[in-house]
Design a protein around this ligand. Structure first.
Ligand SMILES: *[C@@H]1O[C@H](CO)[C@@H](O)[C@H](O)[C@H]1NC(C)=O
Ligand SMILES: *[C@@H]1O[C@H](CO)[C@@H](O)[C@H](O)[C@H]1NC(C)=O
Ligand SMILES: *[C@@H]1O[C@H](CO)[C@@H](O)[C@H](O)[C@H]1NC(C)=O
Ligand SMILES: *[C@@H]1O[C@H](CO)[C@@H](O)[C@H](O)[C@H]1NC(C)=O
Length: 797
């Protein structure tokens, strides 16, 4: 039986093996898997055919021309998604393409095309191009009901059997990839359920009633299956719900639950081509907190050595602790084809209650660069907001008029601002609006005690931690806002999908400040971050660590906060702002962890080189929470590409550790060449809005077409951060290590004309990811046989 290690878009920091023995810590159930499809990332540059006749071709026309060349299938239509954008930092236009077949969305097919000055720099491609074999499931118009009846009735027992997903000790769910987990169900146990389900179908569902009555003569039109998704969503909830009582109730009283669900049309997003075609809302779905969005789509699946389109019901399911995008086979509604967990809530940030003017805040915090309480003392820091990233500071929220212009500004005196909404969440619940936040009054002086004492028991340790909640929230708010401002300047802005309540008319979708929970009660010794698509709030849960007495507070360890916020950055930048399903499992999910570790480690590093562990203070162990500290020394950190062979490296955090180590080595090649900048923050803009070079930037000597010379970070560490961010935007959805490496090399070509080509290859090759590195037999969740290549391209020797 094939098995899959699941990761998730709700990416958690890790789970310490040694903490598993401590108490029954609450654990979030999360499902995550998808079929392995072909996908490629091709780096150019390629000259566009349009270049010949237009010296400044519109990048969208270039994309249209290009996609008409790559797609020859007459059933397909390709659309440019409306979250495509031109990056003002690099001048690169990132075009995201959605594929429809027979006017129906193919959920896991598409392209990302990177264009600058009429030249295609690189592109990712996972288009469906028809299979060698006639895909059986595509042919739904012929014998849909017959197939449904046959397959479904053979699996009635399976249908009602919940999939028991007890998390194994490493904290990751093990899910069967192909739905085979249902094969062993005992039919007799569920005889009654079969009756219940049939009865429901007769009453409510056109599609299933013909099946039950055995008279499926009507000409089936897929788009007319308005009642079709009910069995599929019911079955999905049996698997997805973490509530064992609810599951057994659903099995026992399936009829009631099914007949309580209602379906209505939902045309609210009908203008978004393809995606919401025939979208329905299903109400009263057990275990959910809002109506489930459901629509008909295709999923591309491996089939007979090629690929086929499987008709699926696609769902967006919001639950207390999960927020799933799931696809369930129409023919076999007990089979989940893919599932991605975004977590989070869809609530838009309402405005805070106490508007009051403020002078500019100050905070008693471990200042930026101090990784944790052992790295230095707290000091009073000013609200050094970046004028480009946060034009109104961290405590002011603009409100738009009907035309989208800023009409009024609400100033807050709490930790609620346009980028970040920070508060305690001791209850560990989803609700957050009314959670406690410190109110620093008109002076905005967030100066609070932090003086935890050793206590007797764990109950007292918790009481002790709660005493300094004001300081925790203040620190979390400060670190998170600086993260927002810093990465804004490296290009994580409104159009590329950043997190802000108001977007100042600069594009992208607003209403998505990050909700950050300090001392979140839903867990210990960890942290997590949920990234839904642009326009919906991100959510970060920071936990206490019961690794010492007094407890250690993750809110005070900048590296952990940066790692988590890094998930929001990498997920929104990879595959486009509207696609949150690109860094979920396997190598892609692993790199999602690795970027966070790399950025946290780079931010704390100084001119004097040092190795760094992750999470060492919170976990109260010098080696930290990974297998090795990040180090240039192979005797301290021996990770290479081949390390991924080890089964213990199949989970996302260990995979990420290998990627972060590679980035650390590569960044020091750049530091050796370009030196080290004491600060990663670019200079403030001048009063006319231009950005001075200062000692931070230099002007590019080269651009692809001689136009629009960009500013290049002058030093190795700041250059590496810039290349990493730019590469996230270039790489395809679900990238491999090779794709992500090639995207960084491509990013350097775009930014500098490729002047660091050899340093980048030398760095990657040092850890086995040279040009001839290969993998044999890789599965979507990891594994396979990895071949290190320590060589560099001959041009660099
Ligand atoms: C179905 O709805 C009725 C009426 O609202 C309610 O009393 C009943 O508890 C519901 N049953 C289930 C299983 O949710
Ligand atoms: C809100 O704060 C901003 C910046 O701190 C300030 O310029 C503005 O005057 C304040 N607005 C109100 C209504 O107090
Ligand atoms: C937190 O700060 C508020 C003032 O904003 C103060 O009234 C409260 O007592 C403080 N809470 C704790 C636990 O110190
Ligand atoms: C680097 O080391 C030197 C010599 O030990 C020391 O004087 C300096 O303060 C250190 N710099 C930083 C940024 O840690």
């Amino acid at each position: 039986m094939r098995r899959l290690l699941a990761g998730g878009v709700v990416a958690s920091l890790f789970l310490l093996a040694e903490c598993d023995t401590k108490a029954n810590l609450p654990r979030r159930k999360s499902l995550s898997f998808a079929p392995d499809i072909h996908a490629s990332f091709i780096t150019g540059p390629f000259t566009s055919p349009l270049n010949a006749w237009d010296s400044e071709p519109d990048p969208v026309l270039v994309a249209v021309e290009f996609i008409s060349e790559v797609s020859s299938d007459d059933r397909s239509s390709l659309y440019i998604r409306d979250d495509s954008y031109t990056d003002s930092n690099t001048g690169v236009t990132h075009v995201y393409v959605r594929q429809l077949v027979d006017d129906i969305e193919v959920m896991n097919a598409g392209m990302n095309i990177n264009i600058k000055d009429g030249i295609i720099l690189s592109y990712g491609d996972s288009l469906y191009r028809g299979g060698d074999a006639e895909p059986k499931d595509v042919d739904v118009h012929k014998a849909f009901c017959a197939a449904l009846e046959e397959e479904f009735s053979a699996h009635f027992a399976d249908f009602m059997k919940p999939f028991d997903s007890n998390p194994p000790s490493n904290g990751q769910l093990v899910m069967d990839h192909s739905g085979e987990q249902f094969q062993s169900a005992d039919a007799s146990t569920f005889g009654d359920s079969r009756y219940i389900f049939q009865d429901h179908c007769t009453e409510n569902a056109k599609i299933t009633s013909c099946m039950i009555a055995n008279d499926c003569q009507w000409d089936l039109d897929l788009k007319d299956y308005s009642t079709g998704p009910l069995p599929a969503i019911f079955r999905f909830m049996l698997t997805a719900s973490p509530d064992k009582d609810l599951i057994s109730n659903m099995v026992d009283h399936g009829r009631d639950y099914m007949s309580n669900m209602t379906i209505t049309d939902d045309d609210t997003d009908g203008d978004d081509v393809g995606r919401y075609l025939h979208r329905n809302l299903i109400e009263n779905v057990p275990g959910t907190v809002s109506p489930v969005k459901a629509w008909f789509a295709f999923a591309q699946v491996p089939y007979g050595g090629s690929f086929a389109l499987e008709p699926v019901w696609k769902f967006e399911v919001e639950m207390e602790n999960n927020w799933y995008e799931a696809a369930v086979t129409v023919h076999a509604p007990y089979r989940i084809v893919s599932v991605v967990d975004w977590v989070s809530d869809s609530l838009m940030a309402p405005l805070p209650k106490k508007p009051e003017a403020g002078p500019g805040a100050s905070y008693n915090v471990f200042k930026w660069g101090l990784n944790d309480p052992e790295a230095g003392r707290r000091s009073i820091e000013k609200e050094h907001f970046d004028a480009l990233a946060s034009p109104l500071g961290w405590h002011s929220i603009p409100i738009s008029d009907a035309l989208g212009r800023v009409s009024t500004v609400t100033n807050t005196t709490t930790t609620w601002g346009n980028n970040i909404i920070a508060h305690e969440n001791w209850e560990g619940k989803d609700a957050w609006e009314d959670n406690y936040r410190p109110d620093a009054g008109a002076q905005l002086a967030f100066d609070y005690i932090y003086n935890p004492k050793v206590t007797d028991g764990s109950e007292d340790a918790m009481i002790e931690a709660k005493k300094y909640i004001n300081a925790s929230i203040t620190q979390l708010f400060y670190t998170s806002n600086l993260f927002h401002d810093l990465f804004y300047r490296y290009g994580f802005d409104e159009v590329s999908g950043n997190f802000q309540h108001h977007n100042f008319g600069r594009g992208g979708k607003g209403d998505d400040a990050i909700i950050v929970n300090a001392q979140d009660g839903s867990g210990f010794n960890n942290a997590n971050f949920a990234t839904p698509p642009d326009g919906q709030n991100g959510r970060c849960r920071m936990y206490l660590w019961n690794t010492a007495n007094p407890y250690r507070d993750g809110d005070l360890e900048a590296g952990i906060v940066i790692h988590e916020l890094g998930h929001g950055l990498s997920t929104r930048l990879t595959g486009g702002p509207a696609n949150s399903a690109c860094l979920v499992f396997g190598e892609a999910g692993g790199m999602g962890e690795g970027w966070g570790d790399f950025l946290a480690t780079t931010i704390r590093s100084t001119k004097n080189y040092s190795d760094y562990p992750m999470g060492a203070w919170a976990a109260n162990t010098p080696r930290g929470i990974r297998n090795f500290p990040y180090s240039l020394d192979t005797t301290v950190n021996p990770s290479t590409y081949k390390t991924l062979d080890k089964p213990s490296y199949w989970a996302v955090h260990a995979t990420g550790e290998v990627w972060a180590e590679m980035l650390w080595v590569v960044s020091h090649r750049l530091i050796a060449k370009h030196g080290f900048s004491e600060t990663l923050f670019p200079p403030a803009p001048l009063s006319d809005g231009t950005i001075p070079e200062g000692d931070f930037y230099r002007l590019a000597e080269y651009t692809l077409s001689g136009k629009r010379k960009p500013l290049i970070p002058k030093h190795g560490n700041s250059l590496m951060v810039q290349l990493v961010v730019n590469a996230m935007k270039l790489q395809p959805c679900n990238p491999s290590f090779f794709d992500a490496r090639d995207a960084i090399i491509n990013a350097d070509m775009v930014l500098t004309g490729g002047e660091n080509l050899c340093e980048l290859w030398q760095g990657f090759a040092e850890r086995g990811l040279g040009p001839n590195a290969r993998v044999i037999g890789r599965m979507p969740w990891g594994g396979g046989f990895h071949i290190d290549d320590f060589s560099i391209p001959s041009a660099c020797i």
